[in-house]
Design a protein around this ligand. Structure first.
Ligand SMILES: Nc1ncnc2c1ncn2[C@@H]1O[C@H](COP(=O)(O)OP(=O)(O)O)[C@@H](O)[C@H]1O
Ligand SMILES: [Mg+2]
Length: 260
C-alpha cells in the first residue's frame, strides 16, 4: 500500500512556561492521502495551532514523528505550505509584494516572483488590487491574499489555520465554495483547522476531533457526501447525522473539561 502523503505518529508537545509545563498535545495520530481535504476541529486551546507548527517544522515535537511522503520531517521548515491563524499581511507592502514573500524566501528573484503572482490575481478575486495596500482589502480579500501567498509556494501539502474564523457568515460561505473550487482545480492535500462543525463537514473528506488540552484525537470520521458540494449539502440527512455525531463528541469533551 502506498504511504500516505502526510502521517503524524504519536505527536506530543509540552511547553515549559514560567508557571510550569504546559501539555499542549498528547499523542496525536493523523494521516492524509494525496489530494485529501482533512479538517481538524477541537475546542480553543487544545493545541491545533501547535500541531500545525509541528507539521510545518517550526516547533519540534516533544515526542512523535512527522512523515511527509517517505521523509521524516520534524523540525524541517519549508516542506509544506502554511497559512497561519493570523494572516500576517505587512501593511507597508503592496498586496502584490505581500503575495510574493514566500517565493522570495525560497530565493526566487523579485521580478520573476511578481510575474508569477500577477498571473493568479484574477483567480484569487484580487484583480485590480495588485498595487494597493492591505488596508484597502475586505476581510475575505485579505484571506485570499494570504492564501495566494501560500499557494504560490506550490507545496503538495497546505495547512490552513482557521482561515475564515473572522469573516461574517455570508462571506464565509462564499469563501468556502471558492476554496473548494480552487482545491478541485489544484488538488493539494489540505489540512484545515476550524472550530465550526458545518465548515469542517462541508469542506472535508475526513474530520478529526481533538479533545480539550492536551489535545489528542477522540474521533475520526469520513465524510462521504458527494462532490461538488453546494449549500444544498447542508440540508442533506447524512450531513445532519454527521453533525450530530461531532456535536456530541465536542460536548462530551466540554463536560470532561468542567469535571477536570
Ligand atoms: N510557545 C508557547 N509557550 C507556552 N505555551 C504555549 C506556547 N504556544 C502555545 N502554548 C499553549 O499551548 C496550548 C495550545 O495552544 P494552541 O495550539 O494555540 O491552541 P489552539 O490553536 O487549539 O487554540 C495553549 O494552552 C497555549 O497557551
Ligand atoms: Mg489556534
Amino acid at each position: 500500500m502506498a504511504r500516505p502523503t502526510l502521517a503524524l505518529r504519536g505527536i506530543s508537545k509540552t511547553f515549559s512556561a514560567r508557571s510550569g509545563p504546559v501539555h499542549a498535545l498528547a499523542g496525536v495520530d493523523l494521516t492524509a492521502d494525496a489530494r485529501d481535504f482533512v479538517s481538524i476541529i477541537g475546542p480553543s486551546g487544545c493545541g491545533k495551532s501547535t500541531l500545525f507548527n509541528v507539521v510545518a517544522g517550526l516547533e519540534a515535537p516533544t515526542r512523535g514523528e512527522v512523515w511527509i511522503e517517505d521523509r521524516r520531517a520534524e523540525g524541517q521548515p519549508g516542506l509544506v505550505g502554511y497559512m497561519p491563524q493570523k494572516d500576517l499581511l505587512f501593511p507597508w507592502l503592496t498586496v502584490l509584494d505581500n503575495a510574493i514573500l514566500g517565493l522570495q524566501l525560497q530565493g526566487v528573484p523579485t521580478g520573476e516572483a511578481r510575474r508569477e503572482a500577477l498571473g493568479l490575481f484574477e483567480r484569487f478575486g484580487l484583480a485590480g488590487f495588485e498595487r494597493q495596500y492591505p488596508a484597502a482589502l475586505s476581510g475575505g480579500m485579505r484571506q485570499r491574499a494570504a492564501f495566494l501567498r501560500t499557494m504560490l509556494c506550490k507545496r503538495r501539502i497546505v495547512l490552513l489555520d482557521e482561515p475564515f474564523g473572522a469573516l461574517d457568515a455570508l462571506t464565509r460561505q462564499e469563501m468556502q465554495e471558492w476554496l473548494l473550487a480552487l482545491w478541485d482545480e489544484l488538488r493539494p492535500t489540505v489540512l484545515f483547522i476550524t472550530h465550526d462543525i458545518d465548515e469542517a463537514l462541508f469542506l472535508s473528506d475526513r474530520v478529526y476531533v481533538l479533545s480539550p488540552r492536551p489535545g489528542r484525537v477522540v474521533l475520526e470520521v469520513d465524510v462521504p457526501l458527494p462532490r461538488p458540494r453546494s449549500y444544498h449539502t447542508l440540508t442533506q440527512p447524512a450531513f445532519g447525522a454527521l453533525k450530530a455525531t461531532l456535536l456530541e463528541t465536542l460536548k462530551e469533551g466540554r463536560a470532561c473539561l468542567r469535571a477536570g
